[in-house]
Design a protein around this ligand. Sequence first.
Ligand code: G3H
Ligand code: 13P
Ligand code: ZN
Length: 332
Amino acid sequence: MINYKDLGLVNTREMFKKAVAGGYAIPAFNFNNMEQLQAIIMAAAETKSPVILQVSKGARQYANQTLLRYMAEGAVEYAKELGWENPQIVLHLDHGDSFETCKSCIDMGFSSVMIDGSHLPYEENVALTKKVVEYAHQFDVTVEGELGVLAGVEDEVSAEESHYTKPEEVVDFVTKTGCDSLAISIGTSHGAFKFTPEQCTLDPETGRLLPPPLAFDVLAAIEEQLPGFPIVLHGSSSVPQDEVDTINKYGGALKAAVGIPEEQLRKASKSAVCKINIDSDSRLAMTAAVRQVFAEKPAEFDPRKYLGPARDNMKKLYIHKIKEVLGSDNKA
Ligand code: G3H
Ligand code: 13P
Ligand code: ZN
């Protein structure tokens, strides 16, 4: 049993309290490899932003859970080397799918876990989340639960259509489970294709697809039920069109990729939404940079020459999110 506190990590409790009170949101960035982690830590250290490092089931399979955990421990030391005196870094399991997975992460030093029972019947979701909370809280590890189902694919949990969170269920769920934060469904979804072209309108000036707005009325109703309670938004990539254009220019084939407009995420950040999950945008930034190097320098074969620009591009993206969208800079 390794306690996250011995690794220099923190849980989300204080972080979320301050974010809700301060009207900003903490970035939760997924990582799968060293370059992503470096870019996240460089961006957080430079902006003095609290940050959540997210490890998905896919990341655990790709990179190994133990290795990722040691990388996160290294990230705390790296952040200090970069001059961040008191790094506020959370190591979080994204979309935990069973009690055993959550326990295994807690036992090896994660400071926060998500148990995603959103696809289960309500009472089963309550029972599973409660079981994880009871285990996690013994070690002061915080737990994110989820109510409502996002459209598309949720880490091997698929849903035919989006089912918004029912505001009338949230008090009962939070009270019965004791979870520390709640992921909700108000129209976001995972990946780079969040809306079909039919769901969007065409901006005559730019020729871009404009997606429908998020259900801010549902968010407001949830906040009314749970004043000040930390709310989480998954599927919050904006799918920057310049990255999509670069990918397509250099041989990619991303057609009709659409994300959540930044303006809506700015608005959400000012509410009780205090954790915003971003993965796809980092994938796009990385792919755009790598494709550009491959196209412009076909003789290059030193990985540092294409992964370095990819890292730079991701760092730029993370800083932009922190400073211009979530408002979490200078909060740590
Ligand atoms: O919620 C989904 C995340 O973007 C993680 O995706 O399972 O492909 O790592 P992944
Ligand atoms: P995106 O696919 O919009 O980046 O969402 C990531 C996410 O919700 C991770 O849990
Ligand atoms: Zn998610």
